[in-house]
Design a protein around this ligand. Structure first.
Ligand SMILES: O=C(O)COP(=O)(O)O
Ligand SMILES: [Mg+2]
Length: 242
């Protein structure tokens, strides 16, 4: 299946029976609910400018999204995925980044096509909804509020809500306890390896969207149950169990 078709049709990557019986749907934020890359990149380039460093292209910064704000700052400072920046430089850069991001949190940020329709369909079909993101809570809640998405979610877990974030299974296992369900009754919908690894480690179902970030890699590399073009299409692949 080529990229264009991937954006249009469901790609069943796992030979399991659909619709999958599910009780709770957990949805990732950056790259799944909201297209946040332009505002995240704007703050990163403002930070680089203030530090006297060269700006980076949007596509490069987009590939740095996925493991939270601190990692995004480290990656932007070093222009690489895994190099540690000088500790002093990082300590100086982080508050600059946070200030710039706070000031332009939702200038360009919008829900992706099919998100609102998908959330409405999931609610109508009786699913309980949660949002689990690696984004810091100080940014998650204002963003969900500003885009009118907050009211859909009974539980919101951010990157700093618990001692560990995705790809660790802890946030998903925490959600299972919160909703009194077992992991296979939970479906995570995400855009990246952090979601896929966390879901598999927790024993949850996982769908991926092809329009997100995935740290710059092809979404077809991920171990997931289906690649769904929109949240609305995802809602047709699960059935509510009591
Ligand atoms: O904050 C990030 O880097 C990614 O956040 P996400 O888990 O919502 O994709
Ligand atoms: Mg994401």
């Amino acid at each position: 299946m080529d990229q264009d078709n991937l954006q249009r049709a469901v790609n069943y990557t796992n030979k399991i029976a659909f619709p999958i019986p599910i009780k709770v749907v957990v949805i990732d934020l950056d790259g799944t609910l909201l297209d946040t890359a332009a505002d995240l990149a704007h703050a990163a380039n403002k930070m680089l400018l203030e530090l006297g460093k060269p700006e980076l292209p949007l596509a490069t910064i987009q590939s740095f999204i996925g493991k939270g704000i601190q990692k995004l700052v480290k990656r932007s400072l070093t222009n690489s995925l895994d190099t540690e920046p000088d500790a002093e430089l990082f300590a100086k850069a982080l508050p600059i980044y946070e200030r710039n991001y706070r000031e332009h949190l939702y200038t360009y940020t919008r829900p992706y096509p099919g998100v609102v329709e998908g959330l409405n369909a999931l609610k109508q079909n009786g699913f309980q909804l949660a949002c689990i993101t690696n984004k810091a809570e100080a940014f998650t809640l204002p963003l969900l509020r500003a885009t009118n998405l907050l009211a859909y979610f009974e539980l919101v877990l951010s990157g700093d809500s618990l001692p560990k974030k995705k790809p660790d299974p802890l946030p998903l296992l925490h959600a299972c306890k919160y909703f009194h369900i077992v992991p296979h009754e939970l479906l995570l919908i995400g855009d990246s390896l952090n979601d896929a690894i966390a879901a598999r480690a927790a024993g949850c179902n996982i769908f991926c969207v092809p329009y997100g970030y995935n740290e710059g890699r092809d979404v077809r590399e991920l171990d997931c149950d289906a690649i769904v073009p929109t949240l609305f299409e995802a809602s047709k692949l699960i059935k509510k169990v009591i």
